[in-house]
Structure formats: structure tokens, C-alpha cells
Design a protein around this ligand. Structure first.
Ligand code: NAD
Length: 420
């Protein structure tokens, strides 16, 4: 099979993910038929959701649910509310979930969902009707032993609560294990809200050790100030890092002496927007190019490309967001000696604690915050070392190494089941 990426053209998120999965499977010694199975989700549902808006009109939204592969177990992955959600993006995100679940060794395949909407322009009652409508539309395909959703961009524990309630009404029994990222009182787990940020923090600490740097006093830039980026800024600040830059969808704040993170967290809105309160801002593009020790993209995909990779001045890039660095940029940065902790490893804390939440829901027995934190640390440190050792022993970049570690379990499970 020829190269999947067209020469001279920056590849789409889906195409570049497929390309790295193909390379990883080849390195692991699988035949091309394994790639044929894994290059697309085994199931992809598109739904149209009519919602009564507050002004009385009906608006029809498009939603997706992708189930990448269920050889290992039920599929698992978040639901994104965003105006730019596309079918291809949801497919790529479901593949990433397969990889993340493999990397942290939890018994799931990857899934992902999305609704094309702008929740910033919608009222709470409209969001509730949309969330419930989405669950009604996908209810046949999902469930605690089939496919378990979670929060993602612009969705939160309240939305998970409405969705869990709608699913429980449809099934006529309480089903906390249907969805993770719920509020604590509805069977949520301690540590879930901060799980992605905690996982990223553990990766940052391990990466800093690798570069013989300390976290205390390190200059950090974080793109995105939502669930992942906001919590991360708080945790890193508490551990002595100097957060010199943050951003949201509209602009960025930069101060080489360090930003007042507590103040910014207090002022940000529920969508992670805070820069609108300041006159002195820079652009997201400028922020990424400012000198720093550690750069954490924690917003959206395709932020570091071949256009700006040469201008990035960080020593370590830890990808809290999904797909922030293109393949072309990965190559440029790796050749320059920048240590990249790829998304499928760095942002695996969310799915790890989601797994813990589901286990606790199934057990009906709940763990303390300390127990969750310790279990998370063990899983992420093990995953980090596994990926770094794979990169070093095969002399490959960390992204390809992470894909090798991540895809192996699903490929093996598919083979044992006799699918390939
Ligand atoms: P969020 O909606 O809470 O926050 C997103 C942040 O990014 C906000 O500050 C928003 O203003 C900013 N943003 C949006 N569009 C932007 C743009 N065009 N340019 C710059 N900034 C922009 O989302 P989140 O949950 O923090 O997720 C952020 C990233 O982390 C996503 O890629 C998501 O897939 C990934 N992630 C999140 C979790 C989780 O548990 N929250 C888990 C794994 C991965």
C-alpha cells in the first residue's frame, strides 16, 4: 500500500492518524489487513436531533457517534459540542481513544461522539433538550457494556447528568455506568474533573526528569484554559511552575514574570474564556512562539504545523489536547531535539479515571481521592516509561512509539477473536 499522505500537502487529522496507525502496525509486524480493519471505526452513526429552542422554533442539529473497535471490550470516549465538529474528526478521535485505552491498559476500545452546535450561544434549557435528544437518538448503540460516553470539549458534568438521566429513563433502571464524568452525587469519581490535568502533570514531571529539568521554576505556556488547561495551570502553579502564558478561543495572555492563575480561574467563564476581560492580549499564534521550557497545547487540533514548528522555542511539548501537532510538525520538532509527549499518552488521565468511575459504578463501592490519585499515577508512569522505552529501542519518534504501544492490544484482541 502506498503512502496515505499526499506529498506537499498538510494532512487532515484523520488521514495523519491513519498514517501513523499504519506505520505502527507495520513496525509491530502485522499484515496490511489489520490496518484495513483498524483504519476506520467499525460503526459510525449519524443522527439528526430536533430541538425546541427557547423562542419556540425547532432547530435540527447533526450528531455523530463513532465506535472504532470493540475487540478488547466496550467502546469508550467523550462527546464534543462544537460548531466545527465533523464526521472525520469524530472518527479520528475514536481511533485516538483506542490508542489511549491501549496505552494505559484499560479494557476498552475507542469511541467518540460529537454534536455540531455552539453551546456558547445556547441557554441551559436548550442544552438540556439537545443532550437528552442526542441520547434518545443513539440509545440503541450505547450502554454500560456497549459504549460508554464521557465529557469532551464544551461538555461537562451537568450535561453528563442529563444524559445519564435520559438513558436511565429509556432503560427504566438507574444506569450510572452508562456515562462517566458525572457529578459525585450521581456516581461520579473523585478526581475525574481534574483527571486529564493530573495525567498531563504526571507526564510533565516524567518528561522534565528525562530532560534533567525540575518542574519548580520552569516556565510553562498553556494554550486553552478550559477543563484540561485551567486545572493544569492550577496544579502546575501549586507545584512551583511559573505559568507565563495562557489562552482561550479568542486571544492569549503572556507575562514572563508569571500570570496570576488563581485570579484568572476565578474570572473565567464555564467555557474557559477569560481574555475578553483584558486589553493587553496577544494572539494564540504569537503565544505558541514565545520562549518557554514547557509548552502544553490544551485547546484544539492542528495548532503546531509545519508553518510554525520551526518557531516553537519550547524544550518539551506535552499535548493535553487531541491532535494539536501535525505529523509534519512532529518530524521537524523531533529532529530539533524537542521532547514531545504525544496526545494519546499525555491526555490519557481522563479515560483512566473514567475507567475507575465505571469500575466503581459497577462495584457500587467508591474509592477515596487518594486511592484514585495513586492508581492514576501508577498507570500513567507505567505508560510513559513504556512509550519512551519503545521510542528508544526502535529509534523512532515518541508519537509512533505511543501508537505502537496503543494499537497492540486491539490488534491482538482482534486476532484472538479470529476477526483477522
Ligand atoms: P474545554 O471546552 O473545557 O476548553 C477548551 C479551551 O480551549 C477553552 O479555553 C477554549 O476557549 C479554548 N479554545 C477553543 N477553541 C479554540 C481555538 N480555536 N483556539 C484556541 N483556543 C481555543 O475543553 P477541555 O475539556 O479542556 O479539552 C481541551 C482539549 O483537551 C481537547 O482537545 C480535548 O479533546 C482534550 N481532552 C480533554 C479531556 C477532558 O477530560 N476534559 C480528556 C482528554 C483530552
Amino acid at each position: 500500500m502506498g503512502a496515505v499522505v499526499e506529498k506537499g500537502k498538510e494532512s487532515s487529522v484523520l488521514v495523519s492518524t491513519q498514517h501513523v496507525v499504519q506505520q505502527a502496525l507495520r513496525k509491530l509486524g502485522y499484515k496490511e489487513e489489520m490496518y484495513e480493519l483498524l483504519k476506520e471505526p467499525v460503526r459510525m452513526l449519524t443522527v439528526r436531533i430536533p430541538v425546541r429552542m427557547d423562542n419556540g422554533d425547532i432547530k435540527v442539529f447533526t450528531g455523530y457517534r463513532a465506535q472504532h473497535n470493540d475487540a478488547v471490550g466496550p467502546t469508550k470516549g467523550g462527546i464534543r459540542f462544537h460548531p466545527e465538529v465533523t464526521e472525520d474528526e469524530v472518527k479520528a478521535l475514536s481511533m485516538w481513544m483506542t490508542l489511549k485505552c491501549g496505552i494505559v491498559n484499560v479494557p476498552y476500545g475507542g469511541g467518540k461522539g460529537g454534536i455540531v452546535c455552539d453551546p456558547r450561544q445556547m441557554s441551559f434549557p436548550e442544552l438540556e433538550r439537545l443532550s437528552r435528544g442526542y441520547v434518545r437518538a443513539i440509545s440503541q448503540l450505547v450502554g454500560p457494556t456497549k459504549d460508554i460516553p464521557a465529557p469532551d470539549v464544551f461538555t461537562n458534568s451537568q450535561i453528563m447528568a442529563w444524559m445519564m438521566d435520559e438513558y436511565s429513563r429509556i432503560r427504566e433502571f438507574d444506569s450510572p455506568g452508562f456515562i462517566t464524568g458525572k457529578p459525585l452525587v450521581l456516581g461520579g469519581s473523585h478526581g475525574r474533573e481534574m483527571a486529564t490535568a493530573m495525567g498531563v502533570t504526571i507526564c510533565i514531571e516524567e518528561a522534565a526528569k528525562k530532560k534533567q529539568m525540575g518542574l519548580a521554576g520552569a516556565n510553562v505556556i498553556i494554550q486553552g484554559f478550559g477543563n484540561a488547561g485551567g486545572y493544569l495551570a492550577k496544579i502546575l502553579k501549586e507545584r512551583g511552575a511559573n505559568i507565563i502564558g495562557i489562552s482561550d478561543a479568542y486571544a492569549a495572555l503572556f507575562d514572563e514574570n508569571g500570570l496570576d492563575i488563581d485570579y484568572l480561574l476565578e474570572k473565567r467563564d464555564s467555557f474557559g474564556t477569560v481574555t475578553n476581560l483584558f486589553k493587553q492580549t496577544i494572539t494564540n499564534k504569537e503565544l505558541l512562539q514565545r520562549p518557554c521550557d514547557i509548552l502544553v497545547p490544551a485547546a484544539i487540533a492542528n495548532q503546531i504545523t509545519r508553518e510554525n514548528a520551526h518557531d516553537i522555542q519550547a524544550k518539551i511539548i506535552v499535548e493535553a489536547a487531541n491532535g494539536p501537532t501535525t505529523m509534519e510538525a512532529t518530524k521537524i520538532l523531533s529532529e530539533r531535539g524537542v521532547l514531545i509527549v504525544p496526545d494519546v499518552l499525555a491526555s490519557s488521565g481522563g479515560v483512566t479515571v473514567s475507567y475507575f468511575e465505571w469500575v466503581q459504578n459497577n462495584l457500587g463501592y467508591y474509592w477515596s481521592e487518594e486511592e484514585v490519585a495513586e492508581k492514576l499515577r501508577n498507570k500513567v508512569v507505567h505508560a510513559f516509561n513504556n512509550v519512551i522505552q519503545t521510542a528508544e529501542s526502535h529509534k523512532i519518534d515518541t508519537r509512533l512509539a505511543a501508537y505502537m504501544v496503543g494499537v497492540r492490544k486491539t490488534a491482538e484482541a482482534s486476532r484472538f477473536r479470529g476477526w483477522i
